[in-house]
Write a protein that binds this ligand. Structure first.
Ligand code: FE2
Length: 283
């Protein structure tokens, strides 16, 4: 349950930090399951990352296939010119996505429940629909930058309702690549849209408004266990992780079922795995 002052700051800033939302035990369970998934992952069989024919098409296909499945995605430059991993697989993964919450019991349990339903209601999601889950590793030393963007770019709805639930599985600091946000920036326009046309994916510029400058950005340093909520229009980025510590995070992207979900969004679900909300369910 959010307090009136939390709801007020959500509307004012476009983001909200809820410390202590997940226990150490819950985080440990999810992290352990994530590492099991990585251990079991066979890179060349599922990702085709070794293809040199058309790497962008290969990447698009891997992304599209992950809409209803569980895939591991590598850091850029994880492989050398011969297609060999430069370092251990467990240290080369960028993220896991995008249907763990609907495919894996451990992830489903972490991603649902009355506490999350209450938070969703507090930020105005009347019929929450969880479209996507991601484990983001931000590996020590090589974890890459994620440039300024708005999450509504990837989940276009009318009106904009997508809300990001970002769980810190480990402490997130400036040193290990925490989120940076532009407080109040959610009142600006949607600048880009990520659209699918057939099997092709690409970014379209919608609005010329520039991204914020560093002077307008504030770091969201949070202890492990915190839940950070981001409005879909809030500009945010994260810096590379040049520290010796990882910055493990877990995210859910949630829309309101009362808004119209664009047919051009890359992530679509059919009746074989319908999108659902925060009520606990067996998967
Ligand atoms: Fe984002």
């Amino acid at each position: 349950m959010l307090t009136p002052s939390q709801i007020q700051s959500w509307h004012h800033d476009g983001y909200l930090v809820l410390p202590g939302f997940k226990s150490a035990g819950q985080r440990a369970d999810l992290s352990a399951r994530a590492r099991e998934i990585v251990d079991a992952f066979e890179p060349d069989a599922q990702t085709g990352v070794f293809s040199t024919v058309d790497p962008s098409r290969t990447a698009d296909r891997a992304l599209l296939a992950s809409a209803s499945e569980v895939h591991c995605f590598f850091e850029e430059e994880a492989f050398d010119a011969m297609g060999r991993l430069r370092q251990a697989k467990a240290l080369s993964i960028n993220k896991i996505g995008h249907a763990m919450h609907d495919r894996d019991p451990v992830f489903s349990r972490f991603s649902r429940g009355p506490d999350l339903a209450a938070v969703a209601a507090g930020v105005g999601l009347v019929e929450p629909l969880i479209w996507q889950s991601q484990v983001i590793f931000k590996q020590p030393g090589i974890g890459g930058e994620v440039r300024w963007h708005q999450d509504a770019t990837y989940f276009v709805t009318t009106p904009v309702t997508v809300t990001t639930f970002w769980f810190a599985l480990e402490d997130a600091t400036v040193d290990n690549g925490c989120l940076w946000v532009e407080p109040g920036g959610h009142r600006g326009p949607l600048r880009e849209r990520f659209v699918r046309s057939g099997d092709q994916l690409g970014l379209e510029r919608l609005d010329p408004t520039p991204w914020p400058t560093q002077a307008g950005a504030v770091p969201v340093e949070v202890p492990a266990g915190s839940l950070v909520l981001l409005h879909g229009l809030l500009p945010h980025y994260s810096a590379p992780n040049r520290s010796p510590r990882s910055r493990l995070a877990y995210t859910l992207h949630v829309t309101d079922g009362r808004s119209e979900y664009a047919a051009g969004n890359w992530l679509q679900r059919d009746a074989s795995l319908p999108v659902s909300g925060f009520a606990q369910r067996s998967v």
